[in-house]
Design a protein around this ligand. Sequence first.
Ligand SMILES: O=C(O)CCC(=O)C(=O)O
Ligand SMILES: [Fe+2]
Length: 293
Amino acid sequence: MLTISSTIDRRFQLSGEEFLSEYVNKSKPVIISGVSQNWDAFTKWSLPYFQAIAPGLQIYAKHFHKGKIEIENFTFQEYADILEEYEQGKNQNQPPYCHDLPLFSLIPALVKDVQPFALDYLPKWYTYQWWSYCQFFIGASNSLTPLHFDCLLTNNLFFQIVGCKQFTLFLSEDSKYCYRYDWRWFKVDPEHPDLEQHPLYKNATPIKVMVNPGDILYMPPGTLHHVRSFDTSISFNIDWHTQHSVLQGLAAGLKGMPVKNVYYNFLLALGLIFKVPPRLVFRFYKSYLNYVS
Ligand SMILES: O=C(O)CCC(=O)C(=O)O
Ligand SMILES: [Fe+2]
């Protein structure tokens, strides 16, 4: 019988080789520290800083309402004002969450704030403009991303820069206990599980981890995650495939993965397996970064 642990390893300055052999190849989540701690991002990044370097930039933020996502547009200044009012208690309404924003592509100058980047954790194919695969999460305290897995069944390296977040993870084997809908979302609320409505949830093993500034969380493909911000927060991730995971991602086309997702996995397979140059793949893959699913 498979036993699932309710904790994950925390490792300091893990080498690329060990990361691959002990975690990626074994589909094991891990939190890594001591790899990103010298980045300028930790002292520089804030909403006023983003506002100062990209004053006119339009960003978007999402309201998650019971399975529906609504989008609102802001400048960084407008968004900062809303967050400040909320954090100071002047407005009790939870601000929308700036979620899945490809900020390195919008402001390439930010890439120099995350050097040296742990490129040895990624397949070589991603070396060319790895930052264009990153998505940012910027939001107020209490912001929530409901329980889901990442829609292309990619690996995820998640970098916490400002503020703390609590992740509740479930290994992909537990998805059958969490009541899936719309391909990648789950009905169970791990903070307030309702065992009458979701009786199978009693068999699941939630893994609760705090992710602090300087931590890098690795989630293998298909890991379910529910994310609660404790503070005003800035994070980003990179979703990436290996040759193995991209094939799994393509096979998921037979298990309900939406056709559009299979198309993006097909593009990545062209790169990772058939060595089509990243520049060419990215021309077609680019629209994924604004894909809301
Ligand atoms: O930080 C969050 O709120 C969500 C992160 C997430 O879902 C991801 O990195 O895939
Ligand atoms: Fe996610």
